[in-house]
Design a protein around this ligand. Structure first.
Ligand code: RIB
Length: 317
């Protein structure tokens, strides 16, 4: 494995995640329903999910100390979720218990692994700018801040602003995409998107042929690097002031792709926080994303550091 080169700190690297916690209600069907259609699933399974918690777990399993800033509801599921994260080694002091229900996601996956997800934000919608301000010390002393778009933008902007002031790298996975996000108010070191989010963010598909146009958009977005995951095709990384990387992926036969993008983002963030250069961090992230598709639910199949390292040699080409 390539050695880390960006930082040489002896302590465990610290990642702060501001994001969502959901209870995922999961059904598997032959074909996804059409509008107006009712279909039967074999059974209902409940998992823990939410992009923020999934990414926090992915970073923690890569060996980082992770703090999650977010909210659960006053329901039984919220308390159980907090305890599960603590067992995972995640710092939960900044997960507030907000009145009402914990966030929920209703996920249906068809026989080809295609999915439909409906999210009810619940307590995630209660994450306030003040929650982030209270956690400023954790952000100021971390090695990397990781954000997604399942909690209100005001909280995300506050977190990025604190990190920007301290020169702490900010990685943003703008998912689900929010057209009104005020990119001009903050700077992002790395933005991670899938192909459809890339079109929404840039206004055009991100391909190697338009690398110059992507770099121009990165200037407008005040971002350093755009990473585009493309399923079974190479991941692309457009560095605003540098090269275009095409990072090979691990060939797998997925059984459930839910959470794969989160495993990718969390693993990348962890490795980058640990001092790895962009390219090796992305190779590890590609392994983590692919391995996560081999099990059911978003969190259980997220691999640890050893599992990722063992699979690096099997990346295509
Ligand atoms: O990215 C996967 C996640 O999206 C699921 O865990 C679900 O909670 C939704 O937020």
């Amino acid at each position: 494995m390539k050695k880390a080169t960006r930082s040489k700190s002896k302590r465990a690297s610290r990642v702060v995640v501001v994001g969502s916690l959901n209870l995922d209600y999961f059904t598997r069907v032959e074909s996804l329903p059409r509008p107006g259609e009712t279909i039967a699933a074999d059974r209902l399974t409940r998992f823990r999910g939410g992009k923020g918690a999934n990414q926090a777990i992915a970073a923690s399993r890569q060996g980082c100390e992770v703090t999650l800033i977010g909210a659960v509801g006053t329901d039984e599921g919220g308390g159980a979720y907090r305890r599960a994260l603590e067992e995972e080694g995640i710092q939960t002091d900044h997960i507030r218990t907000a009145p009402g229900e914990t966030g929920a996601a209703f996920i249906t996956v068809d026989r080809d692994g295609e999915n439909m997800i409906v999210v009810a934000a619940g307590a995630n919608g209660e994450v306030r700018r003040a929650d982030v301000t209270r956690a400023a010390a954790a952000i100021e002393s971390c090695d990397l801040l990781l954000l997604q778009f399942e909690v209100p933008a005001t909280a995300l902007v506050e977190a990025a602003r604190i990190a920007n002031q301290c020169g702490i790298p900010v990685v943003i996975n703008p998912s689900p995409y929010l057209p009104t996000f005020p990119w001009q108010e903050i700077s992002a070191d790395v933005i991670i998107v899938n192909e459809s989010e890339a079109i929404e963010l840039l206004g055009f598909p991100a391909t190697p042929a338009v690398a110059k146009e992507v770099r121009e958009r990165l200037f407008e977005l005040r971002a350093g690097t755009l990473v585009v995951t493309r399923g079974s095709e190479e991941t692309l990384a457009f560095v605003r002031d540098g090269d275009l990387y095409e990072i090979p992926v691990l060939s797998v036969v997925p059984i459930d792709t839910v959470g794969a993008g989160d495993a990718f983002a969390g693993c990348f963030a962890a490795r980058y926080a640990q001092g790895h250069e962009l390219e090796p961090a992305l190779r590890a992230a590609n392994c983590a994303g692919a391995l996560t598709t081999l099990g059911a639910g978003a969190q259980d199949p997220i691999p640890d550091r050893d599992q990722v390292d063992r699979h690096l040699q099997f990346l295509d080409s």
